[in-house]
Design a binder for this molecule. Structure first.
Ligand SMILES: Nc1ncnc2c1ncn2[C@@H]1O[C@H](COP(=O)(O)OP(=O)(O)OP(=O)(O)O)[C@@H](O)[C@H]1O
Ligand SMILES: [Mg+2]
Length: 332
């Protein structure tokens, strides 16, 4: 088995690793190491020298925050492939960090530092609304991606099967298990009982299973794969898009459905959610009915599944969203 070097936040050993990669000059010293922002999956660190800074991101064979949970170790290489695919498309690459280097052996990316931005997960807080102009940029980026990179424009494929399998379990399977290891009452008292009817709804589960099969099929369009507020960064240089580790060629309706679901769970006004869809549809084609079905699935999984969000919705509002999701998937 090949030996993978596990990076740590130890200056001396990181310096020696970076010099070995040719990512630091031989006379260059690390002056500071920082955690650039909240992340769960990977080892992500900002390296500062006297002259510059950059971001180092390593994927391990486990989830960084939960080392007992295994994860596909080569996911950083899939993320690198995404950056390579957009590298000659200025509309896209100017809104993402530049990929400075890849260490394939150790699954490490060297990325441009976008500075001290914050991601848009603040939208889940009470009373926070996204600016319409910002929403337009976010939806325009994703429409541009879908239009620019698809099976008509490139012969490259990016199945990213292991990450898709992992995500499939989290989206389409775990939320519907009676016991998935998470007590929903620990998230919010009463949520366990509120979730029960959905976990027992056979018609709903069948429908979700079918959508899961679609998610696993290869589609025509390169998707970011995780297009939610945690992947949108507000920087001094405008909105940037990061973290395409779940990318694959799939159906655009999955991507946009996920985005809309998060706007709803962030309690954005209906008008804004409609605007998001409009911004997208004005630029690129989409089957709205399928999109709403994927939206419903994402709502169900984020409220009932393991990958919980810092939502500020009370129990009543969560129940409302679950019911809305159910009626989208199983119309009367
Ligand atoms: N190129 C960059 N420039 C500046 N900050 C960055 C950059 N890349 C990542 N960050 C910061 O680090 C955080 C974690 O990065 P990222 O989301 O890529 O890691 P992750 O481990 O995949 O996270 P998650 O578990 O949420 O998927 C981001 O939310 C952001 O704040
Ligand atoms: Mg990530």
């Amino acid at each position: 088995m090949k030996h993978v070097e596990e990076l740590t936040a130890d200056k001396a050993s990181l310096e020696s690793y970076l010099k070995g990669q040719g990512w630091l000059q031989l006379n260059e010293k690390i002056t500071a190491l920082e955690i650039p922002g909240a992340g769960n999956m990977n080892f992500t660190i900002r390296v500062k020298t006297g002259e510059r800074s950059f971001i180092v991101k390593q994927s391990r064979e486990y989830v960084e925050k939960f080392p007992q949970v295994p994860a596909p170790s080569e996911r950083a290489l899939r993320e690198a492939e995404f950056y390579q695919l957009v590298s000659n498309k200025s509309l896209l690459n100017e809104k993402m960090p530049k990929l400075i280097g890849v260490d394939k052996k150790n699954h490490v990316l060297n990325l441009e530092d976008l500075g001290h931005g914050v991601d848009y997960t603040f939208l889940y807080q009470k009373g926070e609304h996204i600016d319409e102009a910002e929403l337009k940029q976010i939806m325009t980026f994703i429409a541009n991606l879908h239009k620019a990179i698809n099976t008509k424009t490139t012969d490259t494929r990016l199945p990213n099967r292991k990450m898709r399998k992992l995500n499939h379990e989290h989206i389409f399977i775990y939320p519907y298990l009676e016991d998935n290891g998470l007590n929903l009452d620990d998230v919010l008292p009463g949520l366990r009982a509120a979730g029960k009817p959905f976990k027992q709804d056979e018609a709903l589960k069948k429908k979700v299973g079918k959508l899961g099969d679609r998610y696993l099929q290869d589609g025509n369009t390169l998707l970011h794969g995780d297009y939610f507020p945690g992947s949108w960064l507000k920087t001094n240089d405008g909105i940037k898009i990061i973290d395409p580790e779940f990318c694959f060629f799939g159906e655009v309706e999955f991507e946009i459905g996920v985005t809309l679901a998060h706007l709803k769970m962030a309690d954005q006004p209906d008008k804004l959610v409609e605007k998001a869809l409009r911004f997208y549809k004005d630029r690129s084609a989409l089957n709205e009915s399928l999109c709403k079905q994927f939206m419903a699935v994402e709502i169900l999984r984020r409220i009932l599944g393991l990958a919980q969000l810092p939502l500020s919705l009370d129990l009543e509002k969560r129940k409302e969203l679950l019911n809305e999701a159910q009626s989208i998937l199983i119309p009367e």
